[in-house]
Design a protein. Sequence first.
Length: 113
Amino acid sequence: MNDVDHVSQNIENEIKSNDVVLFMKGTPIFPMCGFSAATVEVLNKIGVKFESVNVLDSDEMREGIKKFSNWPTIPQLYVKEEFIGGCDIVREMFESGELLELLNTKGIDVSPS
């Protein structure tokens, strides 16, 4: 199995084992870019539990997630194995109420702060 297959497998495992996954730069406690920080802030406001994957830990993961989703930027949010989008999309969906509606529809617990 080459690196690309291995990374894709890791990504698939991550999104299959967790309802909400954020591929981001840094960690929720210590985001390494403004877009990742803004996305974490939205998820925290909604009060949804999420897993995060720090793409800065490996170049393969950073490039792999872009290929996996066919989306050029990080962060990337997945809900129940579905790619939702990056920071701007997540923020817009949050402001319109769509994000909360999506999480409710998918049966994911939220407890807004």
